[in-house]
Design a protein. Structure first.
Length: 82
C-alpha cells in the first residue's frame, strides 16, 4: 500500500484509478461507469482498488482473494518472497 504522505507514490490502487480514468477518456460511447472483478490474485487487486476508488467505479466483485500476502500464499513463505 502506498504512503499517502508521499504525493507521487503509487500502488495497485493508484494503477486501477489511472486505468479507469484512461478507459473513460479513450473508449468511445461509454456510460461513465466502471466495474472490476478478480479471482485469486486478481481478487486482491480488486480489493486494493476499493481503498481509494475512482468515482466512476460502481461495482466490484472480489472472489477468493488473497487474505494474507505474507503467510501461506504462493508469493511468500512466512514473509520471504519465493
Amino acid at each position: 500500500m502506498r504512503d499517502p504522505a508521499v504525493p507521487k507514490s503509487i500502488d495497485e490502487g493508484t494503477d486501477t484509478y489511472d486505468s479507469i480514468e484512461w478507459l473513460l477518456k479513450n473508449v468511445p460511447n461509454n456510460n461513465g461507469r466502471a466495474g472490476i472483478l478478480g479471482i485469486s490474485y486478481g481478487g486482491w487487486l480488486t480489493a486494493m482498488a476499493l481503498i481509494e476508488p475512482h468515482p466512476a467505479l460502481k461495482a466490484a466483485s472480489e472472489q477468493a482473494g488473497v487474505a494474507d500476502m505474507f503467510l501461506g500464499d504462493d508469493f511468500h513463505h512466512n514473509g520471504a518472497f519465493r
